[in-house]
Design a protein around this ligand. Structure first.
Ligand code: PMP
Length: 317
């Protein structure tokens, strides 16, 4: 028995207050309750298990990933238990808290300059180059098919079982696209009437891409972990029926409601997903709308939005 066995099989809870009065219930999959605090634990264990099964990971090997957050935490958990070393390459713009957290969990942290995706200095390209030069294993969450597969094999079946086979819609954001693609593929086969809806931050180009195949204009937004100006390789548009765009203010207001009205201590992208899920539920139907709460609030304590819309200069105490 190890803590790794507690990855997955997370609760699916009804949002009693937030969903009150809607024509169908809104159910939330509590991925923030995974041992590393996010949905990314599923991907981390899947990628490492897959590499071990293929014989490409020698005992004591070094894992390297371009990540500023949840995937790094998940990999740190696996590395600790399985005896691997871990290198995380972060872009300079990411908060110092994340560098401190990953280093505290035993990772070697490499800071890459802020650079666009086609620059050799971009953090993903730095990770790829270091993996090649040192013979380290690049976990490669944006391209690794194990990312989609784990959601198709675990998250999707868990959700369908937990809602007794009745699901009207599934709503999720996309960072790598692993969650929505994997769960979407599972539902296409086993609950084909369920609609699959992308929750996208205003400022991301993905909502427009879902609607008409053309990536929309991008602009800055504060919600972390979802949305992009370039569709990730593993995000499969053919399993997504529609998209909902959600502003930062709507996302953070809903995140606060999840804390104070539902006791769900989650991060900002959960707010985005729940705003979109409530919109879908408000349109009616005959079965529940299911959404995902991807991570825990503790990794955002230094972010200004955590203090509320009035932005107190100091936390009241
Ligand atoms: N929310 C947060 C906070 C995340 O870190 C991620 C992963 N980047 C997601 C949502 C989206 O998950 P996925 O990569 O499976 O699309």
């Amino acid at each position: 028995m190890s803590i790794l066995e507690s990855i997955g099989r997370t609760p699916l809870v009804p949002l009693h207050r937030i969903g009150h009065g809607l024509p169908v219930p809104v159910l939330a999959k509590c991925e923030h309750l995974n041992p590393g605090g996010s949905v990314k634990d599923r991907l981390a264990i899947a990628i490492v298990d897959d590499a071990e099964a293929r014989g490409v990971l020698a005992p004591g090997a070094t894992l390297i990933e371009a990540t500023a957050g949840n995937t790094g935490m998940g990999l740190a958990l696996i590395a600790a238990i399985r005896g691997y070393a871990l290198v995380c390459v972060l872009p300079e713009k990411m908060s110092v808290d994340k560098r401190v957290a990953l280093a505290a969990l035993g990772a070697r942290v490499v800071v890459a300059p802020n650079a666009p995706p086609d620059s050799p200095d971009n953090f993903q390209n730095v990770a790829r180059r270091m993996a090649r030069e040192h013979g380290w294993f690049l976990t490669d969450q944006f391209c690794n098919p194990a990312n989609v597969r784990v959601h198709e094999m675990t998250t999707g079946p868990e959700i369908l079982e937990q809602c007794g086979g009745r699901i009207g819609a599934f709503v999720a954001g996309a960072g790598t696209g692993g969650t929505i693609t994997g769960v979407g593929r599972f539902l296409r086969k086993h609950a084909p009437a369920a609609r699959v809806v992308l929750a996208d931050p205003v400022g991301s180009g993905l909502a427009r891409w879902v609607a008409d195949g053309v990536i929309g204009p991008d602009s800055a937004y504060q919600v972390e972990g979802i949305g992009t100006s370039r569709p990730p390789e593993i995000l499969d548009r053919s399993v997504i029926d529609a998209a909902e765009s959600v502003s930062d203010d709507e996302s953070f207001a809903m995140t606060r409601r999840l804390w104070t009205e539902e006791g769900l201590f989650v991060g900002g992208s959960a707010g985005t997903a729940v705003v979109a899920a409530v919109r879908v539920a408000a349109r009616g139907g005959s079965a529940p709308v299911v959404t995902v709460l991807p991570d825990s609030w503790d990794r955002y304590l230094s972010r200004p939005w955590i203090r509320g819309p009035h932005r107190d200069p100091e936390p009241p105490c």
